[in-house]
Design a protein around this ligand. Structure first.
Ligand SMILES: Nc1ncnc2c1ncn2[C@@H]1O[C@H](COP(=O)(O)OP(=O)(O)OP(=O)(O)O)[C@@H](O)[C@H]1O
Ligand SMILES: [Mg+2]
Length: 609
């Protein structure tokens, strides 16, 4: 029996190199360059671990420069470092270093070149890598004239530039390395436009990109960012989120879960002076908004903010206030997850190796919410439940449809719900778990909030996991019904209260239509032979519920009678609220509530637009 293999080789090396570089997502460039800088700086003596991000003019044009202390490279090392799969002094491995990072991520956006200078033991060498005539490589250049022997002139890959570095004021008593990005064209300002317009970057892109990627950086490293990249006038320290959590947020708590992940909850009220961002941005070099993401080995993946986060947030128990609440799910180091080969996204190590998303942890985040956060969410939302009369009517329909017989897990889609309905025999019956109709009805009255949740133009959105039905009280059929009811009730003397009654009854009509449609949608679970989860999802979608809400005409006669009845009895049913979501179990590791309300500086307010 033979053992061994004949090794596989690369048949077309040039193609392999070019394809690895050209397939790399461009936006990984900053991460890779900074990561190299952190890794080297961490090896410098304590107190001298520094990374400086600034610019230098090359032929009068600003070019981005990243400088770091720590072991530099001599000439042979500098030469070697730009080959693919070349790591110097680092461990190679699938979850360690690939020896690809910086070169592969930066070359697609720097055909003109990226200039490496490294100082090792007082000698500085320089090399430019770029793309010439369609080939990536070290850019050939003239040698130093004093080193050329007569008749031996030839272009070189690396030149020694110790004197030039000294003239520029560089300290040669310690090792360091710097990278300057030339970009694609000589006239490209790579500080402002690192990707030559594809994609265009927002003005203060650099500190925000760092903040959104590096949750922690190694202790002791000072990262300084020049004013070219933020709105302050001097060199500022970059402080990652983990280091600001305890001091710069109104509320913060990290909770260790039994399941492994540690969940970081942040509350960050809106900045009064700059309502487009949150208060923790005060004095910082980057903006702040509510977001959700996963932390793996100190780096953030799958970050989502804005409307996508506001839309998904109820699944995480963030019923209100997604713009002010951030959640980061930190995975243990041994969690079976691996970044993709370009470190852009995080994937399950096993099975189909699908991308890991924060949504997978929604139930965990919801279950471990600290009480102060639950109180904060309730305070942001305020009382918003539907009238008790309508809920009772929906409850009656729920009984008729036999929804009591439906296990809780049947309607919970999306988040690790068992597919076998019998798998959880003791599951709560939906009609007992919530309001008498089986779900919470939350009326949305703030137009901005409705817009943030992608509900403008849609009547309602149902969250099976939390059994919450959000209803848009600004939905367009409300205005039409209001007008028609006004005409039907023209005989009633308007003493200022008629339209108040009409308004509450039209909202009741909307809730009734949407709630009934939803109950019929849920009841399709009972017909599981003919209705599968995808079909039922469609039946309960915001689109389907909106169509149901369009047809308010049908309930107008009831609405007219209801208004007359309420006028006669003086009954304002909308004030009868229903029960709030039940408290959840939680375990707290530590909790700190930082003092808030610091004053914003005027110049910040002016510049950050
Ligand atoms: N800023 C720097 N300071 C000091 N050494 C550096 C710097 N950048 C790169 N190097 C050296 O060049 C080598 C190659 O860097 P590159 O980013 O391509 O791969 P890597 O960091 O080893 O692996 P990976 O990026 O895949 O984790 C590094 O191992 C390191 O020794
Ligand atoms: Mg690297």
């Amino acid at each position: 029996m033979t053992v061994g293999v004949s090794r596989l080789k690369v048949d077309d090396e040039e193609f392999l190199v070019a394809s690895m570089i050209d397939r790399c997502p461009k936006l990984m460039m900053l991460r890779e360059l900074m990561q190299n800088a952190f890794e080297a700086a961490a090896l410098a003596p304590p107190g001298r671990q520094r990374v400086v991000v600034d610019t230098i003019p090359i032929d009068g044009i600003r070019k981005l420069r990243i400088w770091n202390s720590g072991p530099g490279m001599d000439e042979p090392q500098l030469y070697r470092m730009c080959d693919l799969s070349s790591s110097i002094g680092k461990l190679k491995g699938l979850d360690q270093h690939f020896g690809l990072g910086a070169k592969v991520a930066s070359l697609p956006s720097n055909h003109l070149g990226m200039r490496y200078r490294s100082c090792h033991q007082g000698l500085v060498h320089e090399m430019v890598i770029g793309k010439r005539d369609g080939i990536y490589g070290r850019v050939k250049r003239s040698p130093r004239p004093d080193l050329v022997l007569p008749g031996t002139y030839q272009l070189v890959d690396i030149v020694e530039v110790t004197e030039a570095a000294q003239e520029e004021g560089r300290d040669l008593s310690e090792d360091w390395t710097e990278v300057v990005l030339f970009g694609m064209r000589p006239e490209q300002d790579t500080a402002e436009d690192p990707y030559d317009g594809d994609p265009p970057m927002r003005r203060y892109w650099l500190p925000l990109s760092l903040y959104n990627r590096f949750f922690r950086i190694p202790d002791g490293i000072d990262v300084l960012v020049a004013p070219d990249f933020h709105w302050h006038s001097d060199l500022r320290r970059f402080v990652p989120l983990a280091s600001r959590a305890l001091t710069d947020f109104r509320g913060y708590e990290a909770v260790r879960t039994d399941e492994g992940p540690r969940i970081h909850y942040f509350y960050d009220p809106t900045c009064p002076q700059r309502p487009w961002e949150n208060a923790s941005s005060e004095g910082a070099i980057q903006t702040a908004i509510g977001q959700v993401g996963i932390v793996h080995r100190d780096e953030i993946y799958g970050l989502t903010s804005g409307s996508p986060w506001a839309y998904d947030a109820p699944n995480f128990g963030i019923t209100f206030g997604a713009g002010n609440i951030s959640v980061l799910i930190e995975l243990p180091d041994d969690y079976p997850a691996l970044p993709d080969s370009y470190r852009q996204s995080l994937h399950h190590q096993r099975g189909d190796q699908a991308q890991l998303t924060p949504h997978e942890f929604a139930a965990l985040v919801r279950a471990y919410r600290p009480q102060w956060l639950i109180d904060q969410i309730d305070a942001i939302g305020g009382p918003s439940s539907a009238g008790a009369g309508i809920i009772k009517q929906l409850g009656a329909l729920s009984d008729v449809l036999g929804l009591d017989a439906l296990p809780d897990t049947a309607i919970v889609g999306g988040e690790a719900a068992p597919t076998d309905l019998a798998a959880k025999p003791g599951a709560t019956q939906i009609a007992q778990a919530r309001q008498t109709c089986g779900f919470d009805i939350i009326l949305l009255r703030d137009e901005q909030d409705i817009n943030n949740r992608w509900l403008l133009g849609r009547a309602a959105c149902f969250y099976p996991a939390t059994k919450q039905l959000f209803v848009n009280t600004h939905y367009k059929s409300i205005a039409a019904a209001r007008k028609m009811l006004g005409e039907m009730l023209a005989d009633v003397a308007e003493d200022g209260s008629l339209y108040a009654y009409i308004d509450e009854v039209t909202v009741d009509c909307l809730v009734k239509r949407v709630g009934r449609a939803l109950l019929f949608g849920i009841s399709k679970h009972l017909d599981h032979k003919n209705w599968h989860s995808g079909h039922i999802e469609k039946a309960m979608s915001p689109e389907a519920l909106s169509i149901a809400a369009d047809d308010l005409y049908d309930v107008l006669p009831w609405a007219e009678q209801e208004v007359r009845k309420r006028i006669t009895s003086g009954d304002r049913s909308i004030s009868e609220t229903t029960m709030q979501p039940a408290a959840v179990n939680r375990r707290t590791e530590k909790k700190v509530t930082a003092p808030g309300g610091k004053k914003a500086r005027g110049d910040d307010a002016r510049r950050r637009t």
